[in-house]
Design a binder for this molecule. Structure first.
Ligand code: DP6
Length: 324
């Protein structure tokens, strides 16, 4: 097989209906179906080249050598599928801050899986690449696609009915996401560890799972019907349930900082004053606020004036991953 270097570019995505918890097994199938919005702004470009004679994968992020453990785990799947035996040189350039809850892994593993499939001569259609991306990091499968995306685990244990798909292509709403940066410190516990601990110890994990399917169905309907308020309200409620289940773990899985709560209050005050803004938060302290683009200046100003908010970053919907 010809071995050549390939580069893929991907953007992070923001989950509005969350994946939190895994089904049993090695395939990293989510216990809950999710809906996300791929964002522009930050991006990751990753070059992969399998090199005969290279015994181990060599991974650099923005020029600095990093542990290749998670990269190797994913590339092993590609090697198994193709019979390739050699290591790969993986050079990733990312503008996404890592490990602070800005979905760096979603863009990272989307770009890595697409570039690796192309470099190994495997098909690069979304359905095939998504299987690899998901096993690197569940949320990464959604970053292969642009705009509003659904990820469904299906019912089969072998993952054969797992799908990702674009919802409402053409974007039903002119929306923006305004991120209130509340901490630059690395998050206390990774999303993988956080969700596993929630599943293992939280008395509310069962309740989270029970209501997740209804949230997904209702949010998808609201999205397809173009009902922004209904969708965004469900997204906020879904986020709070995810965090409530996590907080009730032992030891607690608490991602919020005081400024996260202050930003949430700001969002609620904006709503009381008539601005349709809704927050969500992932496995990190940043508050991410969904609003219509016409309201973005007001949302940005209010978040900037919130105690403890270090910076405010506005983003728009972005495209799926592509090969460069
Ligand atoms: C809160 O995709 O990072 O962002 O599959 O273990 O790598 P792993 O988890 P990851 O978890 C995402 C959790 C979340 C919600 C979401 O993106 O749906």
């Amino acid at each position: 097989m010809g071995v050549k270097q390939q580069t893929a570019v991907a953007h992070p995505n923001l989950a509005l209906i969350k994946y939190w918890g895994k089904r049993p097994g090695e395939l990293n199938l989510a216990a809950t179906d999710s809906i996300s919005l791929t964002l522009d702004g930050y991006r990751t470009a990753t070059a992969v080249g399998f090199e005969g004679g290279l015994e181990q994968d060599v991974f650099t992020l923005n020029g600095a050598r990093r542990s290749a453990e998670r990269v190797t785990k994913m590339l092993d799947l590609v090697r198994r599928e193709t019979g390739l035996r050699c290591g790969a040189r993986v050079d990733s350039r990312s503008t996404v801050p890592t490990a602070v809850g800005l979905a760096s892994s979603s863009a990272g593993f989307a770009a890595l899986s697409l570039a690796a499939c192309a470099a190994a001569g495997l098909p690069t259609d979304v359905a095939r690449v998504a299987d690899f991306a998901r096993r690197g990091s569940g949320s990464a499968a959604r970053s292969l696609l642009g705009g509003w995306v659904e990820m469904r685990s299906g019912a089969h244990d072998d993952g054969s009915d797992f799908t990702v798909g674009e919802l409402a292509p053409g974007n039903p709403w002119d929306v923006s996401v305004v991120v209130a940066l509340t901490s630059r410190k690395a998050k206390r516990i990774s999303s993988t560890a956080g969700m596993n601990r929630t599943a293992a110890t939280s008395p509310y994990y069962g309740a989270w799972l029970e209501s997740a399917a209804a949230d997904f169905g209702n949010a998808k309907r609201a999205l397809l019907e173009g009902d922004f308020q209904a969708f965004a309200f469900l997204a906020e409620h879904n986020c709070l349930k995810m965090h409530a289940s996590a907080i009730a773990s032992t030891p607690p899985v608490l991602y919020f900082e005081p400024a996260t709560l202050a930003a949430i209050r700001t969002v609620w005050e904006l709503r009381e004053a008539g601005t349709g803004a809704f927050f969500t938060a992932d496995a990190g302290p940043q508050a991410k606020v969904l609003c219509e683009t016409k309201d973005r200046p007001r949302v940005e100003a209010a978040l900037r004036a919130t105690a403890g908010v270090l910076d405010v970053i506005a983003m728009s919907p972005g495209p799926g991953a592509w090969l460069r």
